[in-house]
Design a protein around this ligand. Structure first.
Ligand SMILES: Cc1cc2nc3c(=O)[nH]c(=O)nc-3n(C[C@H](O)[C@H](O)[C@H](O)COP(=O)(O)O)c2cc1C
Length: 350
């Protein structure tokens, strides 16, 4: 049984249903793309990767997580177009994840916070004081249109991991039982209403479980939120987990923990068949199992494609023994270790 296959989303024929997960590799200097940055994504395009996403591209310099993060507005259109075109030339669709880290929120270096309640108070202060709907929505919608014009065929809004959109959409942070009444829903509505150009795939990434509480209330709430996204015209909903300032292990599950939200992703794809879904977090194990999944479910690989960009190709060609497996060495977590960009992987210790 082959679970890697081509897929058609919003009339785009994507070579496979396995994508390079949005990754921010660092390497930029004051938001400007470096050669190392561009080569990183070019090296992870083609090779049976359906969509190659450039991760965490901040819309403005002061919305950036750190100075080594790419800033959309700091780079000329020709520069983005050239990168998108290289990715396409190699055979993947070019995706970009647009992000907003509010100035008021500082991203922690620690993997796990010792003070969940303190973080919640901090997030709620941001939520309660947020009133810049026009500024933020205009910037998002103009950048989405620009990115489509620059040649990206897939635009993902970063609404996961404790970034601005995710905080404004969160049940725990907003204290709203109805996701449509959150400030985040109001902002998303304004963003899509202002869109002038929409010719590819509009995608939104969200953390299914945030880690602020035990998660028991999140499923029903998030299901209603996904129905709202569908009404807003998103073509793809990408599921991740965790908040950066709470527990990073939920974002990047340790390899032994395997696939934290696969069951939920399968259920959503089976229930909402008009929507396309994506799931990340140790998915290389699932693909190698060759188990069949709903046809509208897609997968993302992050760390495994850092370790071996040819992983998908090798799985498809039944050359699993040749895969350089991610050893979970954590050298890719440059920010937490105070480094400027992703470091080379350590080989798997067998
Ligand atoms: C070094 C590194 C950088 C990442 N950067 C981003 C990012 O910019 N945006 C994002 O949504 N997720 C980011 N992630 C999370 C990945 O997209 C992915 O969801 C996560 O690593 C789990 O998938 P995996 O088990 O295949 O690695 C990053 C992960 C790593 C390891």
């Amino acid at each position: 049984m082959e679970n890697i296959h081509s897929i058609k989303i919003n009339s785009l024929d994507i070579p496979t249903n396995v994508f390079f997960s949005p990754i921010n590799p660092g390497y930029c200097v004051n938001g400007i793309l470096s050669k190392e940055f561009k080569d990183f994504f070019i090296e992870r395009s083609g090779l049976d990767i359906g969509i190659c996403y450039i991760g965490n591209v901040s819309l403005l310099t002061n919305w950036s997580s750190n100075i080594n993060t790419a800033v959309f507005s700091q780079n000329k259109s020709v520069c983005w177009s050239a990168l998108a075109s290289e990715i396409k030339k190699n055979g993947s669709y070019a995706g970009i994840q647009l992000a907003w880290k509010p100035e008021a929120i500082k991203m922690q270096k620690e993997f796990v916070t010792g003070d969940v309640l303190g973080q919640l108070v901090y997030f709620r202060q941001f939520y309660d004081s947020f009133d810049q709907f026009d500024q933020v929505s205009t910037l998002f919608s103009e950048s989405i249109s620009q990115a489509f014009q620059d040649g990206f065929q897939v635009i993902q809004l970063h609404a996961a991991h404790g970034y601005g959109l995710s905080l404004l959409l969160s049940r725990e942070v907003s204290r709203c039982e109805n996701p449509r009444e959150t400030k985040g829903a109001r902002l998303i509505r304004q963003i899509v209403d202002k869109l002038l150009k929409r010719e590819g795939i509009l995608d939104i990434r969200i953390s299914l479980y945030e880690g602020i509480n035990d998660g028991s209330d999140e499923w029903a709430y998030k299901t209603r939120l996904f129905e709202f996204f569908q009404e807003c015209g998103f073509n793809l909903i990408s599921l991740s987990n965790g908040f950066y300032n709470i527990d990073k292990n939920m974002i990047y599950p340790v390899k032994q923990d395997r696939t934290a939200i696969l069951k939920e992703a399968e259920t959503l794809a089976g229930t909402y068949q008009d929507m396309f879904w994506n799931v990340a977090g140790n998915m290389e194990f699932v693909l190698q199992s060759r188990k069949a999944f709903p046809p509208n479910l897609t997968f993302s690989l992050g760390r495994q494609l850092l370790s071996d960009p040819k992983t998908i190709l090798k799985i498809r060609q039944h050359r699993e023994s040749e895969i350089n497996k991610c050893s979970g060495c954590n050298k890719c977590h440059y920010y937490s270790y105070g480094l400027l960009g992703i470091q080379k992987c350590e080989l798997e210790i067998i």
